[in-house]
Design a protein around this ligand. Sequence first.
Ligand code: FAD
Length: 565
Amino acid sequence: FNRFLHDHPTSTKLLLLSSLSSGGVVAYAEGKKSVSPQEITQKKRVVVLGTGWAGTSFLKDLDISTYDVQVVSPRNYFAFTPLLPSVTCGTVEARSIVEPVRNIIKKRNGEIKFWEAECLKIDPVKKSVLCRSNIDENLAGNNEFSLEYDYLVIAIGAKVNTFNTPGVMENCHFLKEVEDAQRIRRAVIDCFEKAVLPGLTEEERRTNLHFVIVGGGPTGVEFAAELHDFVHEDLVNIYPSVGDLVRITVIQSGDHILNTFDERISSFAESKFQRDGIEVLTGHRVMSVSDRMINMTAKSTGEDVAIPHGMVVWSTGVGTRPVIQDLMEQIDQGNRRILATDEWLRVKGCADVYALGDCTTVDQKKIVEDISEIFRAADKDNSGTLTIEEFQDVIEDVVIRYPQVELYLKSKHLFSVSDLLKDMYSNNREEIDIEEFKSALSLVDKQTKSLPATAQVAAQQGTYLSSCFNKMEKCKQNPEGPRKFRSGGRHEFRPFRYRHLGQFAPLGGEQAAAELPGDWVSMGRSTQWLWYSVYASKQVSWRTRLLVMGDWSRRYIFGRDSSRI
Ligand code: FAD
């Protein structure tokens, strides 16, 4: 190390020393690489990409005394995404739902290093990541740097998915980031200000005040409800001349909105929207969007429909980020839609790399193989059939390993093996034919592609992975591992198991619907109060909790602010 310093000019020494003191950034100077930080620390280096739900919940419980942790994210804050729809209309302010990453780190005595940058490339062979800071290029210093890792935790979430629909990128708003919500807030006010200008025809005013939401999932529905409240509680009083011209339309390609929720919630939401005058256009696929028109096709008739709009919010699910796509190409996952991990959240085909949250899914092919293996193991006499009791065990095993199967069964109101059998076969059986059952289960399988892309899943995965990391060294000393799994062989840790704690759908007008564990469904005003308490309690700090509760009270007393800032 000393010889290296001696051979290099002073500037290089400074760069090198500063990079070492800042926790092991691999600096490149005069084309040469610095001394590996491994030489100055025996701690394993963990690089975490992303400071969203998955990344921060991983960091919260990680035992930093055993790891040298570096975090990379282009945003130096954590955003409480479930309240983003409330930011679009000013019910809650953007700064109330974000917590600076450095505050989170401070609570860990500052031993975690944070770099505000975007990861551009992951090199699983050299075990390094290339990053670029998006901070002002005019500031002194290079914006690109590399980090080496012993373990990499990828938690970079997903990007919006336009399904390559023409014109969507150019003409639609998205609701994914805090900046998106702020943009939408300004755009809504713009539509109203434009609509009241002198010299417009009534048709033009109507067009400007037609708000279209593409996607009838929880985010689209919540935004439609927020917008409806904003318009009817605040904006019609401020812009009385155009209050009657406002139209809100939700376009959904499926038959119902909120189709991942219980059917009772979905129909409650549809009838509430009908009463509120929010149009729901189901069975329509959007083909293209221009600056003024949205073109779609009715799925049942094949008829083309075009409607004028003032603004469109596109909310139709998520896609894979380019850096993940690039990694997938490198590790033979290029033909997949989304990065696959095993049940221990290890990226398949890539040593010491873990992925969690919206950027990944448990490999589906493995699920099918594993379920087949569970069947084969249960069929001890190789008869190709199982008794009801054996079948019961199989189902329990499948459900423990793959909670998404349980979620699916519950969504179909199938709570027991006999319910499942009744659903699959018309007559009662005493024995189950394995092949027949497998083909029936493959239907279930198709519809349980992956865990839902929710904060709940991401946060639980983060907590699970940190507990594995905290036990990792102890387990290495005991390589046989405490548990044995039928198809996975010996492994140190239990596989990740998701616990579904329920989900909410705020529907506006101080009403919400909730699907809670135990098939309990609750709808109406009391559920809205439950929503307030759950979301207040889930805030990551007392600071944001008080800010959010303050915003709710402010909205209640003074209404929402309609300034365009
Ligand atoms: P994210 O939370 O998106 O975090 C990704 C992180 O990675 C961010 O910090 C980002 O800056 C960083 N990053 C991105 N690219 C890079 C890169 N190249 N290099 C390094 N870092 C990078 N879920 C619920 O359970 N309940 C809800 O009510 C709910 N409501 C929602 C409402 C809205 C409007 C939205 C958009 C989502 C909602 N979700 C909800 C879903 C939930 O937000 C996501 O499932 C969750 O954020 C996924 O967590 P994550 O950590 O995987 O990704």
